[in-house]
Design a protein around this ligand. Structure first.
Ligand code: COI
Length: 361
């Protein structure tokens, strides 16, 4: 593992500007003073580990990422505990998924230690940017965004031989305005996000680009997220534009679409499945038909629905709307609240971390 060299930011934001941002950060609007960087070339491998001032990247207009979207990213959070210490949640899981995404996008593998150390090096410099939650309902954190781009200037279509890896950080509140209140989601029946053999399981920019038109359609119908179904038959629920889906049944099952080529293996998704038994829920990963959700709510079999992800944490779903669908989930359910509290309490150090999920930064 290599040491990260520090290039100090001579013009960090003043404490007054930082405090004003941190008082109401929103999500993804503001960035800290530094960013981590490592360069890869086929001759030298990963080298030049550094933490430098946050700022624009100098990219050649012919850089492969700009033309062929050879890019992957991750999302994690740094949480401040009551004693002032700063922790992150299961970063090795993100590092492993990052490498799966890298493999699919023909990008180089980044050692797990470099991934975790790059988070630590960033947070060490910008520790003042990790917000302190006011109370247990406050989900403020420092959102960490590692990403890897193909930076070789070359217009032929083949894997780039020069690659850059960065970590940027952004103080964050709730992803959805209104926090843990129910959001409406739009069922996309025509536009698809991913298909068999494609890149749906990878966290790459292309998947999100493919979701934007459907996301705009959702917004036009007053919805905050789009729900995608399988590309082949439009029959099975897959995932939302930027998060996984979970449903709770009357008989205490926590069900979520099973993983495959087209579904992201969310760290929050996995953690909730692992926490479920301690809250009296049976975790089940399987195919779920759209009609099972719609009819299940009518019959009382499906009692709760929520979106989950690093950014979304656990956000209850208010209504599922679509061209031929309207399902009202009513008020936030008991298990949605219990799971959300259990997860956040671990992340913020308010409950014992019996699974050793937290890593100190
Ligand atoms: C995350 O949850 O970290 C994501 O990358 C999803 C995105 C909608 C912000």
């Amino acid at each position: 593992m290599s040491e990260f060299q520090l290039l100090k930011n001579v013009e960090p934001k003043s404490a007054a500007v930082r405090d004003a941002i941190m008082a109401d950060p929103g999500f993804g609007n503001h960035f800290t003073d530094h960013m981590a960087h490592i360069r890869y070339t086929t001759e030298q491998g990963w080298h030049g580990h550094e933490v430098k001032p946050y700022g624009p990247l100098l990219l050649d207009p012919a850089a492969a990422v700009l033309h062929y979207a050879q890019e992957i990213f991750e999302g994690l959070k740094a949480y401040r505990h009551a004693d002032g210490s700063v922790w992150t949640f299961r970063p090795e899981r993100n590092a492993e998924r990052f490498n799966l995404s890298a493999e699919r996008l023909a990008l180089p593998q980044l050692p797990v230690e470099d991934f975790v150390e790059s988070l630590r090096a960033t947070v060490e410099q910008d520790a003042a940017w990790v917000p302190t939650p006011k109370d247990a309902s406050d989900e403020v954190s420092l959102y960490l965004r590692p990403f890897m781009i193909a930076s070789e200037s070359f217009l032929g279509v083949r894997p780039s031989q020069t690659v850059d890896y960065y970590v940027i950080a952004s103080p964050a509140g709730a992803y959805f305005e209104g926090g843990a209140k129910g959001v409406d989601i739009w069922l996309s029946d025509k536009l698809k996000r991913a298909s068999m053999g494609g890149t749906g399981f990878a966290k790459c920019g292309g998947n999100y680009a493919a979701s934007m038109t459907a996301q705009a359609e959702a917004a036009a119908h007053g919805c905050k997220q789009v729900m995608f179904t399988d590309a082949a038959e439009s029959r099975y629920l897959e995932e939302l534009g930027g998060m996984n889906l979970m449903l709770v049944t009357q008989d205490g099952e926590l069900i979520t679409p099973e993983l495959g080529d087209s579904i992201l293996n969310g760290v929050t998704r996995r953690s909730l499945l692992e926490l479920a038994p301690s809250l009296g829920l049976t975790p089940i990963e399987r195919k779920i038909e759209v009609s099972e959700w719609v009819k299940g709510v009518e019959s009382g079999y499906i009692t709760e629905a929520f979106a989950c992800g690093t950014a979304a944490v656990i956000t209850p779903i208010g209504r599922l709307l679509g061209n031929e669908v309207e399902v009202d989930m009513g008020d936030t359910g008991e298990y949605t609240t219990k799971l959300r509290t259990a997860l956040l309490d671990i992340q913020y150090g308010r409950a014992e971390d019996t699974n050793n999920w937290l890593v100190r930064l």
